[in-house]
Write a protein that binds this ligand. Structure first.
Ligand code: DLL
Length: 433
């Protein structure tokens, strides 16, 4: 099923000519209305009429998260506040949040893209969508909500938290689709097991999970524990919120990125050089329909590659590969680049280990140290010391073998690593403090 047949299956040439027209319009718009863009384009010696082909996009300077912080709160808005009908913000780990504003048309486009995502994920009218993304300044809750309503499904606006109540509602209301972070879905599974609730007796069919990195192995774990198809959804508040890209249920392989609204590029994060399709690097997105806060060449810091091959589902928009981490939360441990998702993959393939872990990075003198704290299951925990020692040896060994980094492993009791209702905190980097 496809929500918007006309736009989701446009031939390549039609997508590109639409992109060029819209790119020209957005460059004109920000040049006229946003002093930051006028200055940065002037500095680069570019005027809007110089954008004559999609290749000219490469002449435009990047926009960074810091640029958004510097113009806090409304400095990058391209529409007056009278036209802004919604404001969201993403909480950074440091300093002020990044603020985004939406015009009525922006909300309509966002709902349309989220509707496409729900249909691509296999949800539809008649579904009961249990939305456990947080409602509030975070874009997850309301973003999914509007898309679900647009599709005509029955939305339950649960928001995060109150896990036992979530399970009760899921059972009693007959929820068929679950939307939340992947880590929260596993927490739901854990509490369900404590309560003696078997997901096989629930009506859930599909889960649409995103907002944080997760691995293919975690997908298998979620699908088995929650007895549903787990679909990956990507988005970021700066660009829109959830729904920038989504997997289709037909292929479950790569996320279609809505190219009639966004132009994706992949760059080398160190040099800024644009990389050809298929190569891995940092995703850069230009919004071409947004009115409230259009962004030119926004550096997402997310690492992926563009998969241009046609998809079996019939959508013509390119796919991006499952996100494999961020260029800025990439850990460098004694010179080795390590993404938390790689460690996760190693852990999840080891018998007796639970999908809950935390990485503690520290410094001993001049030497970086990595401690991997991971929960073991009840059964393993009650085993002899020797068994536990062997298990931690095995984890150490696998991580060394797969990633080339030496670490300490600390096996912890079941349910001791803090659970999150939203994004899980996987890394504690003490070197920074
Ligand atoms: O997390 C929007 C969202 C809500 C997406 C619900 C999907 C579902 P922010 O809080 O601004 O927005 O965080 C955006 O989260 O740059 C990625 O690093 C990460 N992220 C989002 N989706 C995925 C995903 C929302 N599917 C940041 N896989 C992004 C990996 C993801 N990382």
């Amino acid at each position: 099923m496809i929500w918007n047949d006309e736009f989701e299956t446009l031939p390549r040439e039609a997508i590109e000519s639409l992109q060029l027209k819209r790119l020209q319009q957005v460059v004109e718009r920000v040049y006229a209305t946003v002093p930051f863009y006028r200055n940065s384009l002037d500095d680069a010696g570019i005027t809007p009429d110089m954008i004559r082909s999609l290749d000219d996009l490469q002449r435009i300077p990047f926009t960074l998260k810091q640029d958004m912080r510097d113009s806090y709160p409304y400095g990058l808005f391209a529409a007056p506040l009278e036209q802004i009908v919604r404001i969201h913000a993403s909480s950074g780990t440091t300093g002020k949040p990044t603020v985004v504003g939406y015009t009525r048309r922006d909300i309509e486009n966002w709902s349309e893209m989220m509707a496409r995502c729900f249909i691509a994920a296999g949800a539809n009218k008649g579904d009961v969508i249990h939305n456990a993304y947080g409602y509030g300044l975070f874009t997850g809750g309301l973003g999914a909500h509007y898309g679900a309503e647009k599709v005509g499904a029955s939305v339950i606006p649960m928001s995060g938290g109150n896990t036992r109540k979530q399970l009760m509602i899921m059972q009693d209301f007959g929820s068929t689709v679950l939307t939340c972070t992947p880590s929260y879905s596993l927490f739901l599974a854990e509490v369900a097991a404590e309560e003696g609730i078997d997901f096989k007796n629930l009506k859930l069919r599909v889960g649409i999970f995103g907002a944080e990195p997760w691995s293919e192995t975690m997908r298998q774990e979620i699908e088995a524990k929650l007895n549903l198809k787990a679909i990956d959804i990507y988005g970021l508040s700066e660009i829109m919120g959830p729904g920038v890209g989504v997997e289709c249920i037909e292929a479950q392989n790569g996320l279609h990125l809505w190219e009639d609204h966004f132009i994706p590029e992949i760059i080398n994060p160190d040099t800024g050089e644009v990389l050809p399709h298929g190569e891995k690097g940092e995703l850069v997105i230009t919004t071409i329909t947004k009115e409230g806060i259009p962004l030119l060449r926004y550096r997402t810091r997310d690492i992926t590659r563009i998969l241009p091959e046609p998809c079996i589902c019939g959508r013509t928009h390119v796919r991006i590969e499952r996100l494999s981490g961020r260029s800025d939360d990439m850990l460098i441990i004694r010179g080795v680049n390590v993404f938390p998702s790689q460690i996760e993959s190693v852990l999840f393939n080891i018998e007796g280990v639970e999908p809950h872990y935390q990485l503690i990075v520290d410094r001993d003198g001049t030497l970086d140290t990595l401690e991997v704290q991971v929960e073991v299951n009840e059964q393993t925990f009650s085993d002899e010391i020797k068994v536990l020692q062997n298990l931690s040896q095995q984890i150490r060994h696998s991580i060394k073998e797969m990633l080339g980094v030496t670490c300490q492993v600390r096996l912890v009791e079941p349910k001791t690593i803090a659970r999150s209702e939203g994004k899980a905190q996987r890394v504690i980097d003490r070197r920074k403090s």
